[in-house]
Ligand binder design. Structure first.
Ligand SMILES: Nc1ncnc2c1ncn2[C@@H]1O[C@H](COP(=O)(O)OP(=O)(O)OP(=O)(O)O)[C@@H](O)[C@H]1O
Length: 393
């Protein structure tokens, strides 16, 4: 299946320009300069037109969390806001699946747009966007009220969404009585209450302190496993992006520089700009066992026919290993007990591998499709942490 066939939302060659000159024809003139290869800065200086986004194409797959990453001013929010036409592209399409057809949000009529915003696309803002004089319950039900749903139906939906975000006991509180983290949960519950299949999240956690922020990231990922929404998420924090994103898009000066899975971005940055972002990341949740490990096929053979892994020798055929002076069975489980070897999936994160290595006291073995394929020992872990990673199969 092509990438776009499974897309719930798709940006195609989007240009978003802001005219500060007030002159007729300024946007057209800016587009002509853009096509001629002028930079955002040159166009801004010559015409007083800001290039918010240029030539951006991105397919957001159904059920994924797609993160837009970049420095301040790189165009993340501007692109996100094109998804519900808070910003209208001057060129390009914003396609949303509508039954078996596609709808262009950039060009649809006002009634269709209103309907899309009410039922299909919900937004969660950094500053929560709550109504402080209303109760938690009334904030969550606000969108439903606008849609004219009867109070009894509203109440039922609101209770359900409050339970989802763990705020059932706070339904009657005023939002100003809640902490920042709780207020953002109200924002989430409000977005879920609309039943929208697409959520736009503009730095929703960046106003929160780091602990609460991490907790809400975890909660969002848990909720997402159950709800399977299509989420477009803006962040300027590489660790957040790598943690929650199924795919990450790096933007610079209005343009998309690279889109890929966290592992792709971390291991195969397309240029120095992306590599610079990666240099500042925390690799623990992102780097996978398949990247950290030494592959069995690269290990030397000992005279007794076992694979020589340094502190451990392995006989994959008989599923045994010789380590710390004893023969031990290899068991395919990530459950650890001190003194037993662990076999983990190739998809396990470096953070988890380190924990297992510490707890078991032995190198961690890696399997894929039921076959043992490699091992991670201290030297492999240190190498991964130092940024020198083995890549490719
Ligand atoms: N409504 C607007 N009118 C004029 N210029 C705008 C408008 N919205 C965005 N811009 C400009 O477009 C560019 C991209 O801004 P945008 O807010 O999308 O960046 P960002 O990557 O989201 O940054 P941040 O992380 O600081 O929010 C900036 O130069 C900004 O000044």
């Amino acid at each position: 299946m092509s990438e776009t066939a499974n897309a719930a939302l798709e940006f195609r060659n989007i240009d978003i320009l802001f005219d500060r000159s007030g002159r007729r024809g300024a946007i057209e003139a800016a587009l002509a300069r853009l096509d001629a290869g002028e930079t955002r800065e040159e166009i801004g200086r010559a015409l007083k037109v800001t290039v918010g986004v240029a030539g951006a194409s991105l397919a957001v797959a159904r059920g994924e969390i797609s993160v837009l990453m970049g420095l301040s001013g790189s165009g993340k929010s501007t692109l996100l806001r094109a998804a519900n036409r808070l910003n209208r592209p001057v060129r390009g399409e914003v396609r949303i699946g509508n039954g078996s057809a596609w709808l262009d949000i950039a060009r649809c009529d006002a009634d269709t747009l209103r309907e899309l915003r009410k039922t299909r696309i919900a937004m969660v803002f950094q500053q929560f966007g709550l109504l402080p004089w209303r109760s938690v319950r009334d904030n969550v039900g606000f969108g439903l009220e606008l849609r004219g749903l009867a109070p009894s139906i509203r109440r039922e939906i609101v209770e359900e969404k409050l339970a989802l975000v763990g705020l059932s006991n706070w339904a009657d509180a005023q939002v100003h009585e809640l902490s920042g983290g709780m207020q953002q949960r109200v924002g989430l519950a409000r977005a879920f209450a609309t039943d929208a299949d697409i959520l736009l999240m503009d730095e929703p956690f960046s106003a929160l302190d780091p602990l609460i922020r991490r907790k809400l990231q975890d909660e969002l990922m848990d909720l997402q496993k159950r709800l399977k929404k299509t989420i477009l998420f803006v962040s300027h924090d590489i660790d957040e992006a790598l943690k929650i994103g199924s795919r990450i898009t790096i933007m610079r000066e209005g343009r998309i520089i690279q889109t890929g899975t966290p592992n792709d971005i971390a291991l195969r940055p397309v240029n120095d700009y992306v590599a610079e972002f990666i240099r500042h990341m925390n690799p623990l949740p992102t780097i996978l066992a398949s990247t950290v490990m030494r592959r069995f096929r690269d290990l030397p053979l000992r005279p007794d026919g076992m694979l020589d892994g340094g502190t451990i020798a392995i006989a994959p055929n008989t599923m045994t290993a010789h380590v710390a002076g004893q023969d031990m069975p290899l068991k395919a489980s990530k459950d650890w007990q001190h003194g037993s070897l662990c076999v983990v999936s190739a998809q396990m994160s470096l953070g988890e591998i380190i924990a297992l290595r510490q707890r078991s006291g032995f190198p961690v073995l890696v399997e894929e499709d039921g076959q043992l394929i490699g091992l991670c020992d201290d030297a492999d872990i240190l190498q991964a942490l130092s940024g020198e990673r083995r890549s490719g199969p």
